[in-house]
Design a protein around this ligand. Structure first.
Ligand code: ZN
Ligand code: ZN
Length: 445
């Protein structure tokens, strides 16, 4: 039996041997950004690399997902390591795709480099033969919950059911053989060390709102119209009036945008559209806030006599942290970069579908500070290729070694200590119950 230190040294050496290729993959994807459920080029890179390494894999999962599997000497536990394929849309980013406006301003390109780096490390070092569990390497689509209309169309066509990649992969059974999940997201925060495990986060649900009024001449006959824009304005003000009822500890965020405000300036607006998330730190708080949002939106329709068409879609669940898994990761990150480069993050008010995974199994979203600038902003850049592309693969490999050697004792202890709040079935049921479409009009007096 080879000891852990020797295995870790071997795997890190194998990753270093492919350092240039790993960085080249991260940089190539950086300048070829693709939005969620459209990441065909990026997925192809993953598939080609897996083929090169002789890793059996499936493609086209949830449209673009790729899932490979490495077998250990025995199958006592299965750990998945994920890389998100998608970019965001920031048109004025210097590396934005001139046609689509897509840009890797969330650093997901580094995640794919991490995933391939880990594959190189585990395969070429031969460590899998020393481990008592399997490793799933999965490139996942559509973490960013964007282009909602487009995804609703995919849903109507039966191509997806859920609008995010991981919920969709859970539904399709891609996580059925997985017991523990890890990934690494880039961080561009100014303070603190180079590595961390992200803390708990907000979850969210998503609302698409359409106020239907009646068009009429805005100058000559406004009394014949029903002004959907005024209805929308009252709806939004009523949401704001509710903000003082949100409790600080629930971290509620409601941030609507009007995506259509009218058609012509001399016509009373008859079709006004709004999109919003309702975010919060726990499911109960999200649902309670969503109820107030719905009530507020109805108030707008009521005041003007407009009709409210309200579509609610499940978003992402709050992210939970598996403490023992986080500890194993922390130990290995410190071993690689030193105690002073470790950072304990606080609550995250954004949302991710890693939250969904964390509701059905122990999961961590590690963070590596390889970027600078504003997340989702035009100044976001990968500035430390070593920490962004290469080092996360090493920490992941070292963590996997600790989890899966010696009969996968540590992986089993992680599983023992973590009680997931949902099963796959209860998760899917919860998500399906959230999806709802209503049409609402005030009753006539
Ligand atoms: Zn993002
Ligand atoms: Zn992201």
């Amino acid at each position: 039996m080879t000891d852990a230190a020797t295995l870790k040294e071997r795997v890190c050496r194998a990753i270093d041997a492919h350092r240039d290729e790993i960085i080249a993959i991260g940089e190539d994807i950086r300048v070829h950004p693709e939005l969620g459920f459209k990441e065909f080029r990026t997925a192809k890179i993953v598939s080609e690399q897996m083929t090169k390494l002789g890793i059996p894999h499936e493609t086209g999962l949830a449209i673009t997902g790729v899932k490979g599997k490495l077998r250990g000497a025995r199958s006592q536990a299965t750990i998945a390591y994920l890389g998100e394929l998608d970019s965001v849309l920031v048109r004025d980013h210097p590396d934005a795709d001139p046609e689509t406006g897509a840009a890797h301003a969330c650093g997901h390109n580094a995640q794919i480099a991490n995933l391939i780096g880990l594959a190189y490390g585990l395969v070429e070092s031969g460590v899998m033969a020393q481990l008592d569990g399997d490793v799933v390497l999965m490139a996942v689509p559509a973490e960013e919950y964007v282009e909602v209309e487009y995804r609703l169309q995919l849903r109507r066509e039966g191509k997806i059911e859920f609008l995010g990649g991981k919920p969709e992969l859970i539904r399709l059974g891609a996580f059925d053989d997985v017991q523990i999940t890890m990934m690494t997201h880039q961080s561009s925060r100014q303070e603190g060390g180079k590595f961390s495990v992200a803390g708990p986060s907000n979850g969210c649900i998503v609302k698409l709102i359409r106020y239907e009024g009646r068009a009429a001449h805005a100058g000559g006959a406004p009394h014949q119209g029903i002004n959907a824009l005024k209805a929308a304005m009252i709806g939004l003000q009523a949401i704001d009036a509710n903000r003082e009822t949100f409790k600080d500890e629930d971290h509620i965020r409601v941030h609507p945008i009007i995506t259509k405000g009218g058609d012509l300036v001399n016509v009373i607006p008859a079709d006004v559209r709004i999109e919003t998330y309702v975010r919060g730190a726990n499911i109960e708080a999200i649902l309670a806030a969503a109820k107030k949002v719905d009530r507020s939106l109805k108030a707008g329709a009521m005041a003007l006599g407009a009709t409210l068409h309200l579509t609610t879609m499940p978003g992402y669940l709050p992210r939970l942290v598996a403490p023992r898994l986080a500890e194993v990761y922390k130990r290995n990150a410190i071993a690689l970069v030193g105690e002073e480069e470790w950072w304990d993050p606080s609550f995250g008010a954004g949302s991710t579908d890693m939250g969904d995974v964390s509701h059905i199994m122990p999961a961590i979203e590690a963070q590596a500070r390889g970027a600078t600038g504003t997340g989702h902003g035009a100044d976001y850049q990968i500035t430390d290729p070593e920490i962004a592309y290469v080092a996360p693969a090493k920490v992941a490999a070292m963590t996997i070694i600790d989890l899966l050697m010696n009969g996968a004792t540590e992986a089993r202890a992680v599983l023992e200590e973590y009680e997931p709040p949902m099963s796959k079935e209860s998760y899917l049921e919860f998500m399906r119950n959230l999806a709802q479409e209503i049409t609402w009009q005030a009753a006539e007096d």
